[in-house]
Design a protein around this ligand. Structure first.
Ligand code: UDP
Ligand code: MN
Length: 279
């Protein structure tokens, strides 16, 4: 039943790429968001929605890291008011983070972003897409509206972003407006030493390099570089946005994991909080 309902909404939603809220001459923004089940998931999706709803010509591609689409995400998308595509792919077991692993051990969201890319390539072949930019919008960031104003300028590059090891990280831009390197402490020798949320690519770049993907075997911190290298771009292709990358428009906020120790006690006592209430 849910599947049929979702299919209905997805069809509607794909049609809405053509019509709903379209503003001429503004490129579309195709935002790909990997997401996975956890206590804060819905709150993360709500925060993203509250920003995305303000963005014209926006299409949200949400890719669950799961063997099936979940009711929580399906129902959420149906009601969120945004044109969306709902996909799912479970990360291969070999690359799944174990609960005892530090969270940097494996790159996360890689298969999901690649599934989003594949959906875009297929929709492009079927001539369903309008020109636009592709942006990788993880669900644990906070996005400013200025970021999308910049993305609507059809650029390859976007803004700088903040990070918890530094006040911010950003591309270094020369006086002639070219990216020459990276303001980052950790491994500035990476080909593209920037976070997923720190750039956007033109859809045409993706469709002209249909083999380009994120590489799940990338070394820590090299996932972004793996896609950009496979797209054949170099530093000189980057167009600095946000006042030569001097403004921070996206934050890696990471919602705190709730401590459910009281719930654990209730579960142990056989009296868990009503599981029919979705959080
Ligand atoms: N993610 C996922 N499966 C997981 C862990 C994370 O799909 O097992 C998603 C997550 O929701 C986020 C993206 O992948 O949108 C990046 O994950 P995370 O923020 O944990 O990685 P980091 O920012 O530390 O690289
Ligand atoms: Mn993150």
């Amino acid at each position: 039943m849910l599947k049929a309902k979702l299919k209905h909404y997805e069809d509607l939603s794909e049609k809405s790429i053509q019509s709903k809220g379209e503003v001429n001459n503004l490129p579309f923004i195709y935002a790909i968001t990997p997401t996975f089940t956890r206590p804060v998931q819905k709150a993360e999706l709500v925060r993203l929605t509250l920003a995305f709803l303000h963005v014209k010509n926006f299409h949200w591609i949400v890719v669950e890291d799961s063997t099936e689409k979940t009711d929580l995400v399906g129902n959420f998308l149906q009601d969120c008011g945004l044109p969306f595509t709902h996909l799912h792919v479970k990360t291969n077991e070999q690359f799944q983070l174990k609960s005892t692993d530090p969270n940097w051990k494996q790159p996360r969201g890689v298969d999901q972003r690649n599934a989003g890319i594949e959906w875009l390539l297929k929709a492009h072949r079927e001539e369903k897409l309008k020109p636009g930019v592709v942006y990788f919008a993880d669900d644990d960031n906070t996005y400013s509206l200025q970021l999308f104003r910049e993305a609507h300028k059809k650029s390859i590059r976007l803004a700088s972003w903040s990070c918890w090891r530094l006040r911010f990280e950003r591309p270094i831009v020369s006086s002639s407006g070219k990216v020459t390197g990276w303001y980052t402490v950790w491994d500035p020798s990476r080909p593209f030493a920037m976070d997923m949320a720190g750039f956007a690519i033109n859809l045409s770049l993706l469709t002209s390099h249909p083999e380009a993907r994120f590489d799940i075997r990338s070394r820590r911190g090299y996932v972004e570089s793996s896609l950009l290298t496979s797209l054949g771009v170099t530093l000189s292709d980057l167009e600095p946005k946000a006042d030569n990358c001097s403004k921070v428009y996206v934050w890696h906020t990471r919602t705190e994991k709730p401590n459910w120790k009281q719930e654990v006690k209730l579960i142990a006592a056989g009296r868990p909080s009503d599981p029919r209430i979705e959080v």
